[in-house]
Design a protein around this ligand. Structure first.
Ligand SMILES: CC(C)(COP(=O)(O)OP(=O)(O)OC[C@H]1O[C@@H](n2cnc3c(N)ncnc32)[C@H](O)[C@@H]1OP(=O)(O)O)[C@@H](O)C(=O)NCCC(=O)NCCS
Length: 394
């Protein structure tokens, strides 16, 4: 009998599983490219709507194409009353990420093209999901607080409309634009865990909605999209800048993780963290409350110092580190941070699922089916004898 064996679980680090035309992460230089364009240019010159078009279609839209795309998104913002009805029946303690994951199959049931697997129908489904997820996220926050959902406002941008549906009043221009940049920054990141999960589901010919549910489940974990809310919990726990050093030191010495720090691909600063740090500082100035920015900055510096001492290596903030205090200062509740990530990443996920379904970067569609070494109980020559229940000793 062979009882144990060597595990192959290396988290697929460095294993290339597919080609993609959608984005590229240069982990050494800290560069992130969406469809050939640098993220640093996109945040200055583009909007989330335009970036969503770019991710889906592989080119920047002409003015009239963008206008049409924006109008389509606006016209798809409403959700069926059934979605609100389902939320009203749910316990108020339900996590917003679970509600979002549960709402997607309901949205699927109302999609008139659900079983149309043409390329065009998949783009339409993508538009519906991009347009409707902010409504679901904002509505659940209001319903669980005993308030009525706020209907989408067609005069507001995608970013501004979400903040308005959440709080009940339109945000100021600067906050709406900062949130728009956050959405751009979270929209896409190549073969991360959730995107890979979505593509893997899509490779079975499951529809777009089912593939998105798979991606959302992967995003929810604290090592991925769940990290942003964990960062906020950490900031609240640490509380004061003068408590940072001992807190970080104890955390790392006990083998714990400082959430929002480190990355599986970047070995230098994540370019999204650089932009979010700047937004965080500006937002702190505008709200005349620098507490959360200063605390985040102090944890970053302390973690880097302690990490160097303990491991002789560098560690850098990732996208979740500064987004936590940014979202907090925008009035977004902590447990909504990961659903907000999903609301943004939906564009990247949809682009990848379409790329997978229509083999846009490979010769033909292929079902993912990796292999594993069996390291369980083994009896020669074929299988172990089946012992009847009454004869089993343990
Ligand atoms: C994202 C993450 C899973 C990448 O992990 P990874 O690929 O194993 O990263 P590395 O190989 O560079 O890790 C090297 C070492 O640093 C440690 N490390 C990495 N991130 C750390 C963190 N945030 N806090 C403390 N230690 C950390 C690892 O445990 C590992 O230690 P070891 O050599 O003693 O085993 C990891 O950095 C992490 O858990 N970060 C916190 C969660 C987070 O912010 N997730 C969002 C990612 S966008």
């Amino acid at each position: 009998m062979r009882e144990t064996g060597e595990t192959k679980n290396i988290g697929l680090r460095g294993v290339k599983v597919a080609d993609t035309r959608i984005s590229d992460v240069d982990g050494e230089k800290g560069i992130l490219i969406y469809r050939g364009l640098n993220i640093c240019d996109l945040v200055v010159r583009s909007t989330f709507e335009e970036v969503s078009f770019l991710l889906l279609h592989d080119y920047l839209p002409r003015a009239e194409e963008l206008k049409r795309f924006q109008l389509e998104l606006i016209s798809e913002r409403e959700v069926s009353e059934t979605v609100y009805g389902f939320m009203r029946m749910m316990p108020k303690s339900a996590h917003p990420m679970d509600i979002l994951e549960a709402a997607v199959p309901i949205l699927a049931a109302y999609d008139p093209q659900l079983h149309d697997e043409s390329r065009d129908a998949n783009f339409k489904k993508a538009i519906r999901l991009i347009a409707k997820l902010p409504n679901v996220v904002a509505a659940w926050d209001r319903i669980r607080k005993g308030r009525e959902p706020v209907r989408p406002n067609p005069d507001l941008t995608h970013a501004g409309n979400f903040l308005c549906m959440l709080s009940g009043s339109p945000p100021d221009r600067a906050t709406a634009r900062d949130f728009d940049i956050c959405l751009i920054l979270h929209a896409e990141h190549s073969f991360n865990a959730s995107t890979f999960a979505g593509r893997e589901v899509a490779s079975t010919h499951a529809h777009l909605y089912a593939s998105i549910v798979g991606a959302m489940g992967a995003l929810s974990g604290e090592l991925h999209g769940g990290a942003n809310s964990e960062v906020m919990k950490m900031l609240v726990e640490v509380g004061e800048v003068d408590r940072v050093k001992p807190w970080v030191s104890e955390k790392l010495q006990k083998g714990g993780k400082v959430m929002g720090m480190g990355h599986a691909v970047y070995h230098t600063e994540d370019p999204r963290a650089t932009i979010l740090r700047r937004i965080c500082s500006q937002l702190a100035d505008r709200t005349s409350d620098r507490k959360w920015f200063e605390l985040t900055k102090a944890i970053e510096a302390s973690t880097q110092e302690e990490f160097r001492k303990l491991k002789g290596k560098e560690i850098y903030p990732n996208v979740d580190f500064y987004s936590a205090s940014v979202y907090h200062m925008m009035g977004i509740p902590t447990d909504l941070f990961t659903p907000v990530f999903a609301m943004s990443r939906i564009s990247g996920w949809a682009a990848h699922i379409i790329e997978e379904k229509f083999a846009e970067a490979q010769p033909k569609p292929e079902l993912y089916r990796p292999d594993a070494d069996y390291v369980g109980t083994y009896c020669v020559p074929e299988a172990c004898p089946y012992i009847p229940i009454e004869e089993r000793s343990k």
